[in-house]
Write a protein that binds this ligand. Structure first.
Ligand SMILES: CC(C)(COP(=O)(O)OP(=O)(O)OC[C@H]1O[C@@H](n2cnc3c(N)ncnc32)[C@H](O)[C@@H]1OP(=O)(O)O)[C@@H](O)C(=O)NCCC(=O)NCCS
Length: 98
């Protein structure tokens, strides 16, 4: 049921193109599409806790930190993937609709 009301967005850009604002532009476009075209009530974005660049994108496009979840992925300072890697979750609520 929850997935009928919200979607997840993310971004990835080749290293040569970092630092030019493209992922933030992608993120803003994704938020606009989710709220204006799909009409979802909320959008979430998750990234591994230590991915500071991705977390900066989330903040830059107006998403708020909502907490952490655990899932398979990389843990800072450890080799290989773990089942309980910490992911930061950010949320943006859509405009209220009648
Ligand atoms: C996460 C990722 C997409 C972030 O890329 P990014 O280029 O840092 O993100 P932005 O587009 O927001 O760029 C912001 C930087 O561009 C600068 N910038 C330059 N021109 C800009 C413009 N016109 N508009 C906005 N920012 C601009 C900003 O000042 C900022 O600089 P800073 O990092 O020195 O503070 C990138 O690191 C990546 O692809 N990583 C690998 C994949 C990944 O981890 N994806 C997320 C998985 S959850």
């Amino acid at each position: 049921m929850a997935h009928e009301s919200w979607v997840e967005i993310g971004w990835a850009v080749r290293g040569a193109f970092w630092g030019r604002g493209y992922p933030s532009e992608l993120g803003r476009a994704a938020l606009a599409f989710a709220f204006d075209t799909l009409g979802v009530r909320a959008v979430v974005s998750c990234t591994i806790r230590h991915n500071v660049r991705s977390r900066a994108v989330m903040e830059r496009i107006g998403m708020r930190y909502a907490g952490e979840i655990r899932s398979r992925g990389l843990v800072e300072g450890l080799e290989g993937e773990r089942d309980d890697a910490p992911y930061a979750v950010c949320v943006k609520d859509g405009p209220r609709r009648r």
